[in-house]
Design a protein around this ligand. Structure first.
Ligand SMILES: Cc1cc2nc3c(=O)[nH]c(=O)nc-3n(C[C@H](O)[C@H](O)[C@H](O)COP(=O)(O)OP(=O)(O)OC[C@H]3O[C@@H](n4cnc5c(N)ncnc54)[C@H](O)[C@@H]3O)c2cc1C
Length: 271
């Protein structure tokens, strides 16, 4: 087997070399915003302002770790990150951050236990999914849905391989519940585009959104989008905004009147 060179200096030189070796790979001409490797991962950890995380983590422009490309590729260990966080003492930010790390650990334990069963519904869906499509509509694949928020997220995903957690949830919810596409189709598509693609975290999060690994479907409305993603990203008013409804109205439109969502303050917002 041919060994790859490891003596090249600089990201451009490495990218050119890889392009020549693997000419079948699509050349976007743009390097990913996350430089690879352990030292880049540790540098990112240094820059991360953990004290802001508790209050800002749900906002698309808020402070989050952006560590998943390094954690998922083994450049930095989950436990190492947890220990780093715990050294900051007790605070809401530390607690929230460690609990997010725990989601990853949990999804991995589930995968270890269940294996490829995570590719199928883990639980009965809480809303009907009998007629969900089993192919991804072309406008979603190309990022031309006509809905500014969703097209922005798809473009970001394609260009950078990274999306904020809240954007992943919005996009997954849009695909599964608003467009009625099978969660598995959406999960496979997103996994293929992520720089931090992690089978357990990705597929089980899609199931969480779909309601086959949670007690209710995750949906959002325009108010939620505007609060966390900024008004510029919502629907196109000229074409009608599919998100511009109350949660009760959306629930009725998407799932019919048989489905009775529990009335909770957090309904539809981030877990
Ligand atoms: C539909 C969907 C698909 C996803 N696919 C992936 C994936 O393929 N790979 C992946 O690593 N994460 C995935 N996640 C989880 C989460 O979105 C990312 O880990 C997170 O956005 C990465 O950004 P960050 O490092 O800034 O996160 P931070 O908020 O700073 O969190 C720190 C770390 O905790 C872990 N983490 C945080 N939230 C979650 C979560 N909900 N589930 C599992 N781990 C979490 C990650 O390792 C992350 O790097 C997915 C979530 C959704 C809703």
């Amino acid at each position: 087997m041919k060994r790859l060179r490891t003596d090249l200096e600089g990201r451009e030189a490495i990218a050119d070399y890889l392009q020549a070796e693997f000419s079948f790979l699509e050349n976007t001409g743009v390097l990913a915003p996350h430089p690879g490797g352990r030292s880049a991962g540790l540098e990112r950890l240094e820059q991360f302002q953990l004290e802001k995380y508790g209050k800002q983590r749900n906002f698309l422009d808020g402070e989050v770790g952006r560590l998943s490309p390094y954690i998922s590729r083994g450049c930095i260990e989950l436990e190492e990150v947890r220990q780093w966080a715990l050294r900051h003492g007790k605070s809401n930010s530390v607690e929230k951050f460690v609990s997010e790390l725990a989601w990853r650990a949990f999804f991995h334990l589930v995968y270890e236990e269940e294996g490829d069963r995570i590719l199928k519904d883990m639980e009965k869906p809480k809303v009907s999914m009998r007629h969900h499509q089993t192919t991804l509509p072309e406008d979603i694949a190309s990022g031309e849905t006509g809905i500014p928020s969703m097209d922005t997220f798809i473009a970001m995903l394609k260009e950078t391989g990274y999306l904020h957690n809240h954007a992943r949830m919005y996009l997954a919810s849009y695909i599964v519940h608003f467009r009625r596409v099978s969660w598995r189709v959406g999960a496979d598509w997103m996994y293929g585009l992520l720089i931090d693609g992690d089978f357990a975290s990705n597929h089980l999060s899609w199931q969480w959104v779909a309601s086959t690994f949670s007690h209710k479907p995750y949906i959002f409305n325009r108010e939620n989008l505007e609060r966390y993603a900024g008004s510029v990203l919502s629907g196109d008013p000229r074409k009608g905004d599919p998100f511009n409804y109350s949660y009760e109205e959306l629930s009725e439109q998407l799932f019919g009147s048989e489905y009775q969502p529990e009335r909770s303050r957090t309904s539809g917002s981030y877990r």
